[in-house]
Design a protein around this ligand. Structure first.
Ligand code: NAI
Length: 490
């Protein structure tokens, strides 16, 4: 199945009578239509390349169809529902309000449909040829595609193949998915009923985001995390704010607790066994969401067979240009390296497209932003204070709490803070860490500051509109310099 007029830019060769397979040629073949692959394909087309993008499920990949976007739609619904119920203090009375989880799903599906349709339109407009099928690399520039009807097509790329095959949810052997009670994140975002008792295994990004959604919508929630901290890798002061809020609202958080397996009870519920130290505890629940990470899809696409190095975890290592050890084969996004983030995949896609088109480009980011949609949100960029110290910096930290900010009070969301980490000697901003309302939007200012090599004075002296949440950024930077206005300085 092809979309976008395959004949327009790909020439068919060897299509003589009697031959089962024809070979179609183009400049570049992108395998995978997620945020890495589709962005790469569009950029290649913008740069004048004839490009084919092969996708086996749906354009937009996991992010758009079962990950980032659906979860954000559910998160915003859960947030609105929570605000509605807590609105009495603001004078909003909503006795009798009900939640229709099915309607919520329909609304979410509508958003996904609009976005995937948008990508198809962009493909058409840019003359990217979308081939719906499963691709396999069969040579340094050759790809075979199995179409949904089982027939095969052969493609030959004049310049390059880009592997953007993403990653797959990890399954714990003792907790096999059944799609009903023991579910993957992609099934959780499609639930048309709110589970009564939900247990989430893995207090990472997905577990915390989706666990919070269903807790807000009414589930009794238990989070089971093997490590001593939730959201490992994030500034611990930020994660503490999130954990406190979650436990205060009645959720149970088990840390240093490893999920072992479960037993089905006679009433149909599940009893999860959890190892905590040398003890085994149990958690009774109706639904188990297992979100213990993703495995890169580097194996099973023919890469090893054509000589591309794939590491034991399934990652496909690349150089700064995104090139694998086979010069005509590139890899981007989750399949190439951590962190598995859509925005990092897209940027890699742009770099690789430029390289293939003969321009000078390289992956050379100063920082990769983190955006976690918990309650409250977390936005992070650059180094934490501890990471900066480990790298030999003498560090100054400025911090401003949302509780001291008029706008945060006006919207009734005062938990959290903005923290700015600077190099004491040069005042250069090394990191920005935000936990609080709209942290995931606010972090872009921190990213720009870090990318531009800004000093704390740049943020502190820039006039920020009042009353806005962004003022917390200005105040935190001023605090690092000892002259915040709306709080005491050291
Ligand atoms: P993750 O790696 O963030 O977290 C998985 C957690 O499961 C870890 O903390 C790990 O210690 C824990 N774990 C592993 N085995 C366990 C066991 N037997 N019992 C209890 N805990 C166990 O993985 P997650 O949340 O599945 O996310 C996958 C990827 O998707 C991540 O790389 C993440 O960056 C990305 N993602 C990012 C989002 C964002 O930035 N907003 C949103 C969703 C996904």
């Amino acid at each position: 199945m092809t979309v976008g007029g395959i004949g327009e830019v790909c020439a068919s060769v060897g299509a003589s009578k009697g031959r089962k397979m024809t070979t179609k040629t183009c400049d570049a073949i992108v395998i995978g239509g997620g945020p890495g692959g589709y962005v790469c394909a569009i950029r290649l087309a913008q740069l004048g390349q004839n490009v084919v993008c092969v996708e086996k499920e749906e354009v937009g990949g996991v992010c758009l169809n079962w990950g980032c976007i659906p979860s954000k739609a559910l998160i915003s619904t859960a947030h609105a529902w929570e605000r509605t119920r807590a609105g009495a203090a603001m004078g909003i009375r909503t006795e009798g309000a009900t939640l229709d989880a099915g309607a919520m799903q329909d609304w979410k599906n509508g958003i996904v449909k609009k976005l995937t349709g948008g990508i198809r339109q962009l493909f058409k407009a840019n003359k990217v040829q979308l081939v719906m099928g499963t691709a396999r690399v069969v040579g340094p520039t050759a790809v075979e595609v199995t179409l949904p009807d089982g027939s095969k097509e052969q493609y030959e790329a004049g310049k390059a193949i880009v592997v953007a095959t993403g990653a797959t949810t990890i399954e714990i052997p003792s907790l096999p998915f059944d799609g009903k009670q023991v579910i993957r994140p992609r099934e959780a975002v499609g639930l048309r009923e709110v589970p009564k008792r939900l247990c989430v295994i893995g207090g990472g990004v997905i577990g915390m985001e989706l666990g919070t959604v269903f807790h807000k919508l009414g589930s009794e929630l238990t989070i089971v995390e093997a490590l001593p901290q939730l959201l490992t890798g994030i500034d611990p002061e930020c994660t503490q704010v999130v954990e406190r809020k979650l436990t205060r609202s009645g959720a149970k958080v088990m840390k240093s607790a490893k999920a072992l397996g479960y037993e089905k009870q006679s009433d149909g519920s599940l009893l999860l066994k959890v190892q905590v130290g040398d003890k085994t505890e149990t958690v009774a629940c109706d639904t188990l969401l297992v979100s213990v990470g993703m495995r890169p899809n580097g194996k099973g696409v023919g890469l090893v067979e054509v000589g591309v190095k794939v590491d034991e975890r399934g990652f496909v290592p690349t150089d700064a240009e995104g090139r694998t050890n086979v010069p005509t084969i590139f890899a981007i996004g989750d399949v190439s390296s951590m962190p598995m983030l859509a925005h990092k995949a897209s940027k890699e896609g742009e770099v690789v497209a430029e390289v293939i088109a003969g321009r000078k480009a390289a992956k050379d980011w100063t920082a990769i932003p983190g955006a976690i949609f918990t309650e409250p949100e977390i936005g992070s960029a650059g180094l934490t204070a501890d990471q900066a110290k480990e790298r030999g910096y003498e560090v100054a930290v400025g911090k401003f709490p949302f509780a001291a900010l008029g706008k945060a009070m006006a919207i009734g969301e005062t938990d959290g803070f903005v923290k700015v980490v600077t190099d004491k000697k040069t005042r250069r901003i090394l990191g920005v860490h935000i936990v609080g309302p709209s942290a995931t939007d606010l972090i872009s200012e921190g990213m720009l500051a870090i990318e531009m090599g800004a000093v704390a004075d740049d943020l502190a002296l820039t006039m920020h509109p009042h009353p806005t949440l962004g003022e917390a950024m200005m105040e935190a930077a001023a605090h690092s310099l000892g002259h915040a206005i709306h709080m005491m300085n050291r």
